[in-house]
Design a protein around this ligand. Structure first.
Ligand SMILES: Cc1ncc(COP(=O)(O)O)c(C=O)c1O
Length: 419
């Protein structure tokens, strides 16, 4: 089939889509698989029950059912949900937003596709406008979103080794490029894949830089506060009219609802709503219908704080304890799990390429994601770090996580024994 440039670009098998195919094939084989590679949230019975109750309330009320299912929403999204969010964000966090500052998308992935291509790419003066990722490793889902030429400019992190088992990445502010073609700065906070959470000071510093350059700061809050609040450090949910805050219902345990929430100044909301109108007519409204009452009565916040956050904090501690145990005798570090649903392991000087480690683990029924996928915009063959790391999800069942990490330990020991 002959495709357009757009068609060629989006049907090209990127590294990560090949990896996803690989996951799908492995999962349909005979061998039991410890799926520590995906981004699925964990199954939290108390949360699932809460959503079932909310769905039952809709299904058992014919007017509510008709309202939920029978109308296209506006291109901006369902206003009853947007208005409930406005009240929550103003009353609880004093954000000073109005209905004109919030729009919905079909998942936040969809929001990033719109946002990045709205702001970056070839410009009418012949330049290439770029998205700056000030801290890599960064979310792999950004990597292939450019409709045209790839547009990421990225920085390597400062690496702080904290003790003989943990380390932490920090933004290298001195290295950030001062390139006039940079159209926006983007960070995930908490970061997928590392579990890093930028401090309030780091975010304020990025905000200052963005304002000084007259460009927006995009904060990917898919795991952050106030919901789903998969975050172990105390951070303040802040927003201002230069921040584009992207949120999602997915990591509350509702990824199938494909509901993303964008909070930004009116100009960006209007532009993003136009994109919704052209591409989707309107965003799907089921997530909005399901969660409106939980936003109104604030139970979305209590569920996040008292159920979802402790669920992941306990699982992270368990997975990290397993890691510490199985890596005995080997130089191996885990990024401090400050949030999100992954552990990020670093094996300095790993004697086999990380792709080979991935294959060996796959043969033993353990799926992880090799680290080098998480460095969009970094292409330095002399920097071994991306090839010394793996991402491991701790969202699955504890027994699978523990068994998977034990096998990772065995394979890393074996790699060192073989030299
Ligand atoms: C950091 C981050 N941002 C955005 C997304 C996209 O999520 P969704 O489209 O389900 O809202 C994900 C999904 O895993 C993610 O990890």
């Amino acid at each position: 089939m002959k495709y357009s440039r757009f068609g060629d670009k989006f049907t090209r098998h990127s590294g990560i889509s090949q990896l996803m195919d690989d996951f799908a094939h492995t999962l349909t084989g005979d061998q039991p698989v410890k799926m520590l590679g995906g981004g699925n949230p964990g199954l939290i019975p108390e949360a699932v029950e809460r959503y079932r109750d909310a769905m039952a309330d809709i299904v058992n009320d014919s007017a509510a059912f008709a309202q939920a299912f029978s109308n296209y929403d506006t291109p901006q999204g369902r206003f009853s949900f947007i208005d409930a969010l406005v009240d929550l964000l103003n009353e609880e966090f004093n954000w000073g937003v109005t209905r004109r500052n919030i729009m919905l998308t079909n998942g936040s992935q969809n929001a990033f596709f719109f946002l990045f291509n709205l702001l970056a790419g070839p410009s009418s003066d012949g330049g290439l406008r770029k998205i700056l990722l000030p801290l890599t490793p960064e979310y792999v889902g950004y990597a292939d979103l450019a409709v045209d030429d790839d547009f990421f400019e990225s920085e390597k992190p400062i690496i702080d080794v904290l003790d003989d088992r943990t380390f932490k990445y920090r933004v290298d502010f001195n290295a950030l490029p001062d390139d006039p073609q940079i159209a926006a700065i983007c960070v995930s906070r908490p970061t997928n894949p590392t579990g890093n959470v930028l401090s309030d000071e780091e975010v304020a510093h990025l905000d200052d830089i963005a304002r000084a350059r007259g460009i927006p700061l995009i904060v990917d809050n898919a795991y952050g506060a106030p919901f789903p609040n998969i975050i172990n450090s105390a951070v303040k949910p802040t927003w201002n009219d230069n921040t584009v805050m992207c949120m999602s219902l997915s990591k509350l345990g509702l990824p199938a609802l494909r509901t993303g929430i964008v909070i930004a100044n009116e100009t960006i909301i209007d532009a993003m709503s136009s994109l919704n109108a052209v591409v989707n007519l309107s965003p799907g409204g089921l997530g909005a219908s399901l969660m409106t009452q939980m936003v109104r009565d604030r139970s979305i916040l209590t569920l996040s704080e008292h159920v979802i956050q402790p669920f992941y904090a306990r699982k992270a501690a368990h997975a990290q304890a397993c890691f510490n145990e199985v890596m005995d005798g080997i130089e191996a570090y885990c990024h401090v799990p400050e949030g999100a649903i992954f552990l990020w392991f670093w094996f300095p000087g790993l004697p086999v390429p990380v792709g080979e480690l991935y294959e060996r683990l796959k043969k033993r029924g353990v799926l992880v994601v090799p680290g080098h996928y998480f460095f969009p915009g970094i292409d330095d063959p002399d920097w071994p770090h991306p090839r010394e790391c793996i991402r491991v999800s701790y969202a699955p069942d504890d027994r699978d996580v523990e068994a998977g990490i034990r096998i990772i330990g065995e394979e890393v020991h074996r790699a060192w024994q073989e030299g």
